[in-house]
Design a binder for this molecule. Structure first.
Ligand code: NAP
Length: 484
């Protein structure tokens, strides 16, 4: 199969926080991979901006090291890497002050797509947005890219949105949720809306329940002080799991265009019922022989913040009334895996009798570690011996059918940055979606605070607290296995 990489238009991309962890680990290595693929034009320019005083040469050395450290496979393309580094610039700019802005302005070219990536703390977003306008760096065609966290509750999210919308139109604001950039997440939409097969079954009449699991094996690491003020609900559920739930549950948009898709996602969030306290389980990981407890990691012996959450959600609309959505995410769990599972109902009657065995159809959409999609289908076990049924996975990733192209799919950041340059907002969150998600999340968190809710301890390397298993058992269901 012939590669279908379509180069994007020429661009100037300024990365505020260009020396930070996210820029070095994800953004610049991602851009380099797009450069290798031929998608990033040779005339495009990337300008790092941060307070540190350094020369362009020093910045290039920093980014060369970052590519070697975070993407050793790409770093082997030595000539390519040197050409890519040649397209990098650096300007020392203080987001909160006046220094460096004129120099940055002098670097920008006319008639080129201008994008500004805010890879800095959200407290700097408003100041940068304001200066981009007052120093004349941004015009009506420019784009700004912002990273999570988008607030810590509805009030702060609204404030953040206001600080951006004072200077930029919503059509210029790209709020990144990298889960939406994953190949499989987009494939989910292709499978749902590109086939006749699934959509008629995609409702409470045929779907028993849906499970969304995002399990990590790592602890909070060096992010302890941030994480302890956030917890799994704010850090994962309000954004990533919510976005996955929306894509699974939304009505077919009339077109695959940014507002049509985001309108449908918004309707899902608005149709979510408040969650009853007994439908939520919170947990904190305990120490193991080799690893510290959550409380030791965040250096807060009295922390009541959750590193695990499991919950049963309900969407009150015609399509989903009666089909629960179970969400689960946590740190220091048994394996690193992200999966959405659509579990279909039992066939109404088995003509083969109980001895043949019976298996429910499950559509499994794996986001990591091996992105892919499988549909569990019941067939006859081969060979003599009567009619015995087995469950076999129908692999819908089609890696072989699509050939080498399928193996070289861009990672989420690469794809999303290219979408910014193309001006396509479909896979970015709109301000009203973010606010609606907080409107649903806030009462849940306030309820814990009111009740002084204490998270249950769970073993490192487990599937979370036992109460999370009970959440499903009570409904006569069980979680899917967490495995790599
Ligand atoms: P970081 O490593 O602390 O980097 C912060 C960057 O901002 C540095 O380049 C710093 O350089 C620059 N900076 C700080 N104050 C500045 C100012 N007044 N003016 C101009 N530049 C300034 O942070 P990070 O991990 O890269 O995270 C950046 C943002 O992405 C944060 O909002 C974070 O929540 C979000 N995020 C990060 C990750 C991740 O994996 N790291 C994942 C998701 C979201 P100087 O000190 O030289 O100014």
């Amino acid at each position: 199969m012939v590669s279908r990489v379509i180069p994007v238009d020429n661009f100037d991309l300024v990365i505020f926080g260009g020396t930070g962890d996210l820029a070095r680990r994800k953004i610049l290595p991602g851009l380099f991979r797009r450069f290798i693929s031929g998608q990033m034009p040779e005339e495009a320019r990337i300008i790092g901006a941060a307070r540190s005083d350094m020369s362009v040469d020093d910045y290039r050395v920093m980014i060369r090291d970052a590519v070697h450290e975070f993407d050793p496979a790409s770093a082997k393309h030595k000539d390519c890497l040197e050409r890519f580094l040649g397209q990098l610039g650096y300007v020392a700019v203080d987001a909160m002050g006046e220094g460096g802005w004129k120099e940055l302005h002098a670097e920008m070219r006319e008639n080129t797509v201008r994008a500004f990536y805010f890879s800095v703390a959200p407290s700097l977003f408003g100041a940068i947005a304001e200066r981009l306008k007052s120093f004349g760096l941004a015009d009506d065609q420019s784009r700004i890219v912002v990273e999570k966290p988008f607030g810590k509750d509805l009030e702060t999210a609204k404030k953040l949105n206001r600080s951006l919308s004072e200077h930029f139109d919503e059509s210029q604001i790209y709020r990144i949720d990298h889960y939406l950039g994953k190949e499989t997440v987009q494939n989910l939409m292709a499978v749902r809306f590109g086939n006749m097969l699934f959509e008629p079954l995609w409702n409470s009449q045929y779907v028993d329940h849906i499970q969304i699991t995002v399990a990590e094996t790592v602890g909070v690491g060096g992010r302890g002080s941030y994480y302890d003020t956030s917890g799994a609900m704010r850090d994962m559920v309000q954004n990533h799991l919510m976005q996955l739930l929306c894509l699974i549950a939304m009505e077919p948009p009339a077109k695959f265009d940014p507002d049509a898709v985001r309108d449908e996602k918004l309707k899902v969030i608005r149709a979510l019922d408040p969650v009853e306290p007994h439908h939520i389980v919170r947990g904190q990981y305990a120490a193991s022989e080799k690893t510290p407890s959550y409380r030791a990691d965040v250096e807060n012996a009295r922390s009541f913040t959750e590193s695990f959450i499991a919950m049963r959600c309900q969407i009150s609309n015609w399509r989903w009334a009666g089909t629960p959505f179970y969400l689960r995410t946590g740190k220091r769990m048994k394996a690193r895996t992200s999966e959405i599972a659509v579990v279909f109902k039992d066939a109404p009657h088995s003509i083969f009798g109980p001895e043949a065995g019976y298996h429910r159809n499950v559509l499994s959409i794996r986001l990591q570690p091996n992105e892919g999609m499988t549909l569990g289908v019941t067939i006859k076990e081969p060979g003599p011996g009567g009619m015995r049924l087995v469950d076999v996975p129908l692999d819908m990733t089609f890696a072989e059918a699509l050939g080498p192209d399928a193996e070289e799919v861009p990672d989420a950041y690469e794809r999303l940055i290219m979408d910014v340059i193309r001006g396509n907002q479909t896979l970015f969150m709109r301000g009203d979606e973010v606010e609606a998600a907080w409107r649903w999340t806030d009462p849940i968190i306030e309820g814990w605070q009111r009740r002084n809710d204490v998270p249950k301890e769970y073993d490192t390397g487990s599937t979370g607290p036992d109460d999370a298993l009970m959440l499903m058992h009570r409904d006569g269901r069980r979680w899917r296995e967490i495995k790599e």
